[in-house]
Design a protein around this ligand. Structure first.
Ligand SMILES: *Cc1c(COP(=O)(O)O)cnc(C)c1O
Length: 374
C-alpha cells in the first residue's frame, strides 16, 4: 500500500551523546593521538594544563581534577574536615550524589526544602536547619541555574559553602561564574553534562591554595611525592586522555552554552503557559543559567510525557524520587516534611535541550507541547 502522508519525521532524542564527537572529530582525534604518543597516562602535563585552563575559565585560581563529580564533592568535604558527627546542609531536591558525598565523608545530610519557582535550595528555609553540628552547606546550581549563594551564605552561619556545580559549567550569577561563588566548587564531567568527557571525570575549583594542596594529596594516595604518604588518601584522578578531550571541548563551551540559551529562549517564548497543564521555568533574572536542563512542570506530568513520546519527543524526569525517599536514605529518617521537593518530583519534566539540537527539532518540541490538550 502506498501512502500520501509525509514520512514520519525523525524522533527528537533527549540527548545525542555522539553529536559532540562528530562536531569536533578532527580536534578530538588529534588530542587522542597526542596523549597516546606521549607515553604518559596518569596525571602529568595534560591534566595540569586542563586544570589551569578550567580554573581560569571559572575565575578561580586552582583546579584539582579527580575521577568524578561525586569524588569532587566527597574529597572537598573531607578536606574541609567534615566527618562523623557532623551535619551538612543539602537541597531536598537534587540528584542523589549531593547527599551521597556527605555520607561518604561520614557526615549526615540535612535537607533544606526547595524554592518552588526554581527548584534550588530555598535560602529562606536554611537558618532553621543550621545546628551546632553543621560544618558545611552544599547548594546545587540545579538544572544549570545558579543558587542564590549570597543568601545561602548569609543564612548558613559562617560554615564553608561548597557549590555543587555539576550542572552549571559556565553559568553566571551577577557576572561571576559558577566555580567562583563559594569556598570551593565541585564539577562533574559525566558525558551528558555541559562540559562532558568521554567517560567519567570531575574537578574541584577553588581560590583557597591550602585547600587545593590538600586535595592534590588526597586524590593521589595522600602522597606529595613517590612513597611519601601524609594522609590516608584515595586514588581519584582524571585521565590525561579525558583532560585532553576536555581541553578541546572547553574552547567550545561558551558557544555551546549560547546555543542552549537560544533554545531555552525559544521554548520560553513559544510554549504556551497553561497553569497546571504546562508551566515553564523562570527566565534567568540576575543569573545567566547554563540551561543544562529545561524543566517544565505539569499536574499531568506522566500524561504529558506520554503525549510527547507519541509525537516523537523524548523526555526525562529529573528527578522522580527525592533523595530522602530513596532506598539509600528512607530508613535514615525521620526526615522533616519536604513538601516542595515531593511536589517537584511528581510534576517536573525535562524537554530536549543541547548544543547540537537543531531548529527543526526545537520547533517539533514546541508544536508537540502546544498540542497537549485541552
Ligand atoms: C552529575 C551530578 C553529580 C555527580 O557527578 P558524577 O560525575 O556523575 O559523579 C553530582 N551532583 C549533581 C547535581 C549532578 O548532576
Amino acid at each position: 500500500m502506498t501512502s500520501l502522508t509525509a514520512p514520519r519525521a525523525a524522533r527528537v532524542p533527549f540527548l545525542d551523546a555522539g553529536a559532540g564527537y562528530r562536531e569536533l572529530r578532527a580536534e578530538l582525534d588529534a588530542a587522542y593521538a597526542r596523549v597516546m604518543e606521549s607515553g604518559w597516562y596518569v596525571l602529568g602535563e595534560e591534566v595540569e594544563a586542563f586544570e589551569r585552563e578550567f580554573a581560569a575559565y571559572c575565575g578561580a585560581t586552582h583546579c584539582v581534577a579527580v575521577a568524578s563529580g561525586l569524588d569532587a564533592l566527597t574529597l572537598t568535604l573531607r578536606a574541609l574536615d567534615v566527618g562523623p558527627g557532623h551535619e551538612v546542609l543539602v537541597p531536598a531536591h537534587t540528584f542523589v550524589a549531593t547527599w551521597l558525598a556527605v555520607s561518604a565523608a561520614g557526615a549526615r545530610p540535612v535537607p533544606v526544602d526547595a524554592d518552588a519557582a526554581t527548584g534550588n535550595l530555598d535560602a529562606a528555609r536554611l537558618s532553621g536547619a543550621v545546628g551546632r553540628r553543621t560544618r558545611a552547606v552544599v547548594p546545587v546550581h540545579l538544572y544549570g541555574r545558579p543558587a542564590d549563594v549570597d543568601a545561602v551564605r548569609a543564612a548558613a552561619g559562617g560554615v564553608p559553602l561548597v557549590e555543587d556545580a555539576a550542572q552549571a559549567h559556565g553559568a553566571r550569577l551577577r557576572g561571576a561564574r559558577a566555580g567562583s561563588l563559594g569556598d570551593a566548587a565541585a564539577f562533574s564531567f559525566y558525558p551528558g553534562k555541559n562540559l562532558g568527557a568521554f567517560g567519567d571525570g570531575g574537578a574541584v575549583v577553588t581560590s583557597d591554595a591550602a585547600l587545593a594542596e590538600r586535595l592534590r594529596l588526597e586524590r593521589n594516595y595522600g602522597s606529595p611525592r613517590k612513597y611519601v604518604h601524609d594522609t590516608k588518601g584515595v586514588n581519584s584522578r582524571l585521565d590525561p586522555l579525558q583532560a585532553a578531550f576536555l581541553r578541546v571541548k572547553l574552547r567550545h563551551l561558551d558557544a555551546w552554552n549560547d546555543r542552549r540559551r537560544a533554545i531555552a529562549e525559544r521554548y520560553l517564548a513559544a510554549i504556551e503557559r497553561r497553569p497546571g497543564v504546562i508551566e515553564l521555568p523562570p527566565a534567568g533574572g540576575d543569573a545567566e543559567p547554563a540551561w543544562h536542563l529545561f524543566v517544565v512542570r505539569s499536574e499531568r506530568r506522566d500524561e504529558l510525557q506520554e503525549h510527547l513520546r507519541g509525537a516523537g519527543v523524548e523526555t526525562l524526569v529529573h528527578y522522580p524520587v527525592p533523595p530522602h525517599r530513596t532506598g539509600a536514605y528512607a530508613s535514615d529518617g525521620p526526615w522533616p516534611d519536604l513538601p516542595v521537593a515531593d511536589r517537584l518530583a511528581d510534576t517536573v519534566l525535562s524537554l530536549p535541550i543541547g548544543p547540537q539540537l537543531d531548529d527543526a527539532s526545537v520547533e517539533r518540541v514546541v508544536d508537540a507541547a502546544n498540542a497537549f490538550g485541552p
